[in-house]
Design a protein around this ligand. Structure first.
Ligand code: A2P
Length: 343
């Protein structure tokens, strides 16, 4: 297949290229695309360097497949036209996720939406935190019928792209040797970057993106809307709080879920032990818990801290972690493509 990667110089785009290589995806022609800033740079793929071209509809014409990870505004500006010209687009941004003609797909969770190729020729990859949560929640939903969901996320800086990673590392460097002052910080001297907008080194920031008139951020709105579409539960009550934390790779999410019947932690562990793309890391006796750092680089979500909620036999609390660049983005896109081509 002739395959284009849009946003090939970015954090997810690079991971996508690596995964295409790792999984021996059937690529005949490989074309990395990015903004004009990166035109002429070179991207390695299968032992060869490929020159990055500036994204345009023309550049992608005739390609079978485009993996896009270049943000929602770039996706909105280009992908409908690229798809109309015949290229199947798998988009990592939020641009089309809630469009009725675009499937929102996590192959281990809702492969049925990919049974027939969508007439729009666009498939959307959910938000990385949604994917992490859904890998844990969907199998429990199938077992016991989900009734409500409360999601609180702990999201790494790579979720904001390479610039997010640089911002955290720069701030840690700036504060090196001065850590004791953080017990009584002078707000005027704390390092602040453009990406997070509040000091992220040695901090947690409960605001990812702008706070909307609803009181929720855009990130939270995605985490509330996307599970409803993926699980086919349009009226599911979902509340989300999304928080940026100073980890580099790996998102975590604390989940409180209620179900249509009683379900205890042992049953939940057994259900999750059989679920695809999930590994249970839950041993209260020996203190084994899932962490984002351990989930980084893995192709499974780690799930643990599964516990009952007092006086609520129909409710569970649990904690899930996944590599936001791989499982939460690039791998999902490649799994979607593999399904579409019947691999
Ligand atoms: P570039 O490197 O030229 O800016 P990240 O999520 O790590 O920030 O990466 C975003 C990716 O999207 C990068 O590859 C970036 O390219 C690409 N990108 C951003 N804006 C555009 C645009 N207008 N057209 C094409 N690619 C874009």
């Amino acid at each position: 297949m002739d395959v284009a990667v849009i946003g090939a110089t970015g954090a997810v785009g690079r991971e996508m290229t690596r995964i295409l290589e790792e999984r021996a995806f059937p690529v005949d022609r490989f074309l990395p695309l990015a903004s004009a800033r990166s035109a002429g740079r070179r991207v390695p793929f299968r032992g060869e360097d490929h020159e990055v071209q500036e994204l345009s509809v023309e550049a992608v014409r005739g390609f079978d497949l485009a993996f896009a990870s270049a943000g929602a505004s770039t996706a909105r500006a280009f992908l409908r036209e690229i798809a109309a010209a015949g290229t199947v687009c798998i988009d990592n941004s939020s641009a089309f996720r809630m469009d009725p003609d675009v499937p929102l797909a996590i192959p281990p969770v809702n492969p049925e939406v990919l049974e027939t190729p969508p007439p729009s020729r666009i498939v959307a990859v959910p938000n990385c935190t949604t994917i992490t949560a859904m890998l844990a929640v969907a199998p429990l939903h199938r077992a016991a019928g989900l009734r409500s969901l409360v999601l609180s996320s702990y999201q790494s800086v790579s979720g904001a792209g390479q610039r997010g990673v640089r911002e955290l590392i720069e701030q840690i460097e700036k504060l090196r040797g001065d850590e004791a002052s953080l017990a009584r910080p002078d707000p005027a001297t704390l390092p602040v970057g453009e990406v997070v907008g509040t000091t992220i080194a040695y901090n947690v920031v409960p605001r990812i993106g702008d706070i909307e008139p609803s009181g929720f951020t855009g990130e939270e709105a995605k985490m509330m809307a996307e599970p409803r579409k993926i699980l086919g539960l349009p009226d599911l009550p979902v509340v989300a709080t999304s928080v940026r934390v100073p980890t580099i790779v790996g998102h975590a999410v604390s989940i409180v879920a209620t179900f249509g019947r009683p379900i205890d932690p042992d049953e939940a562990r057994a259900v999750l032990a059989r679920a695809p793309a999930v590994e249970v890391r839950d041993d209260p006796a020996s203190g084994v818990v899932p962490t984002p750092l351990e989930a980084a680089g893995l192709d499974v979500a780690l799930v643990g801290r599964i516990r009952r909620i007092p006086d609520r036999p129909d409710a569970l609390a649990l904690f899930a972690c996944a590599d936001n660049l791989r499982l939460g983005a690039a791998l999902d896109a490649v799994l979607i493509a593999e399904r579409l081509i019947g691999r």
